[in-house]
Design a protein around this ligand. Structure first.
Ligand code: GTP
Ligand code: MG
Length: 219
C-alpha cells in the first residue's frame, strides 16, 4: 500500500495502473471544434487546467513517452482537443489551457468555448482531472471550469502539478486549501494526488486511480 497521495492503493491496483500505461499510447485525433470530435467509443478521461499548468507534460509522464503530447514553456501550446489511445477502452484527452495564453485573443476565446462545450456535453467522459499548479493553488480562472463541471455533473478530481517546485509542507498546505474549496462543490472527488512530471512522483498513484475508475465503470 502507498498513501503518498493521501489515498491508499493496493499493490495490485498499482500494478494494474502500471500495465495500463505501459501500453504503447498513440495520438489518434485532434479537434478544434465540436463538429470535428471523434466518434464516442469506450471511456475518455480529460486533463484540464490553466495554460502552462503541465497538462501535456503529465500525459507524457503517465505514459512514459517523452514526446507524445507537445509541451512548451510558453502558455498556449495545446490549442485543440488532442486524443490519445492505446487500443483499449480508454482514451486520454489533452486540452488547451484557459486563463492567460500567448496566442491571439480570438483564438483563446474560441478554444475556451470548446473546453466548456466538451466538458458539458461529452457523454463518455468518465472523469476530468483538473490540474492545479502546486506553487499557486486554485486561481480565479479555475472557477468557470469548476462551475461547468458541477453543472454537467461530470466526475472530476484535482491533481497538483509541479510538486518538485515546492517543499513538502507547502505541498500539504496547498492540498488542504484545494480540498477545502472543492469540498463545497458537489461533483468533485475528494482525493487529490500531488504529481511531478519532472521526478515522476505521484504517477503510480494517478495510474492506479485511473485503472480503478475503469474497473468501476466495467471497462
Ligand atoms: P498549455 O498546453 O499551454 O496549456 O500548457 P500545459 O498545461 O500543457 O503545460 P506543459 O505540459 O506544456 O508544460 C508547461 C511548462 O511547465 C513546461 O515548461 C514544462 O516543462 C513545465 N512543467 C510541466 N510539468 C512540470 C513539473 O512537474 N515540474 C516542473 N518543474 N516543471 C514542469
Ligand atoms: Mg498542453
Amino acid at each position: 500500500m502507498t498513501a503518498a497521495s493521501g489515498h491508499a492503493f493496493t499493490a495490485a491496483e498499482l500494478e494494474t495502473g502500471r500495465l495500463l500505461f505501459a501500453r504503447g499510447w498513440d495520438f489518434f485525433h485532434a479537434a478544434a471544434s465540436l463538429e470535428s470530435l471523434p466518434a464516442m467509443k469506450g471511456l475518455e478521461i480529460a486533463f484540464a487546467g490553466r495554460s502552462n499548468v503541465g497538462k501535456s507534460s503529465l500525459i507524457n509522464s503517465l505514459t512514459g513517452q517523452k514526446a507524445l503530447a507537445r509541451t512548451s514553456h510558453t502558455p498556449g501550446r495545446t490549442q485543440e482537443l488532442i486524443f490519445f489511445g492505446a487500443g483499449g477502452p480508454l482514451s486520454i484527452v489533452d486540452m488547451p489551457g484557459y486563463g492567460y495564453a500567448q496566442a491571439p485573443k480570438a483564438k483563446v476565446q474560441e478554444w475556451t468555448g470548446l473546453i466548456h462545450a466538451f466538458l458539458r456535453g461529452r457523454a463518455n467522459l468518465a472523469r476530468v482531472y483538473l490540474l492545479i499548479d502546486a506553487r499557486h493553488g486554485l486561481k480565479s480562472a479555475d472557477t468557470a471550469v469548476l462551475d461547468t463541471l458541477d453543472e454537467s455533473a461530470v466526475s472530476y478530481a484535482a491533481v497538483l502539478t509541479k510538486a518538485d517546485q515546492v517543499p513538502a509542507r507547502a505541498l500539504e498546505e496547498v492540498r488542504d486549501a484545494v480540498r477545502a474549496t472543492l469540498a463545497k462543490r458537489p461533483a468533485s472527488y475528494p482525493d487529490i494526488i500531488a504529481t511531478s512530471s519532472r521526478t515522476g512522483s505521484g504517477m503510480p498513484e494517478l495510474r492506479a486511480a485511473i485503472a480503478r475508475l475503469l474497473a468501476e465503470r466495467g471497462a
